[in-house]
Design a protein. Structure first.
Length: 196
């Protein structure tokens, strides 16, 4: 399927508003561009907002501590440290080469959404459900943020909700709690753990 056109029946419209880790990884591997691969990897592995990605500067990356210093979109005074895996950092170092300062990416939100839409279609994922309305929507950058959060809860359980909230930069835990509806088993597991 590498580069080949997909038949109509091979393209799916997901009946959920998030991608699995496997689906995100598949979309990433289909990119031939190191820049695009890195963009997708940062979005899928950190859960940062597209605006935060676009504001990310080389000097905000701590390769030794494996963190990104994120300036939040909603409040320029608030910053948070976000951990990042070594594989993504290795890709970042390759992409940056000798650059030591300035913005990591010089793109628009619309261009990133177009990259994601095109690669999603290439991977056979045409659309997901909108997270809030439930209507069908093309893949976009925020899909990766929602997917990060849902996969966090599905993997780590609802007991790590406070950490997820901090990681995502939510001002209220209530904002983070919306992700619980896509992993009812996480709530059940937390309950069972309580009564062991």
């Amino acid at each position: 399927m590498d580069g080949a056109e997909l038949k109509e029946e091979e393209i799916v419209k997901l009946k959920r508003p998030y991608l699995t880790i496997k689906e995100m990884d598949r979309i990433i591997t289909l990119s031939r561009s190191p820049r695009d691969r890195l963009i997708l990897r940062l979005l899928s592995r950190t859960g940062i907002r597209v605006g935060e990605l676009l504001a990310l500067r080389v000097e905000d990356i701590d390769f030794e501590k494996r963190t990104l210093l994120i300036e939040t979109e909603k409040s320029k005074e608030k910053r948070r440290l976000v951990p990042v895996d070594q594989g993504t950092l290795n890709g970042t170092q390759r992409y940056l080469g000798e650059r030591r300062e300035g913005k990591v990416f010089e793109l628009t939100r619309q261009r990133i959404d177009q990259i994601i839409k095109d690669l999603g279609e290439k991977a056979g994922v045409e659309s997901v459900l909108d997270f809030y309305t439930g209507s069908e929507r093309k893949l976009h950058a925020h899909t990766f943020r929602h997917s990060f959060a849902v996969n966090w809860i599905r993997t780590l359980g609802s007991g790590k909700l406070v950490e997820l909230s901090r990681h995502l930069g939510h001002q209220s835990i209530e904002t983070t709690m919306i992700y619980l509806r896509f992993s009812p088993e996480a709530v059940h597991e937390a309950y069972d753990e309580l009564w062991k």
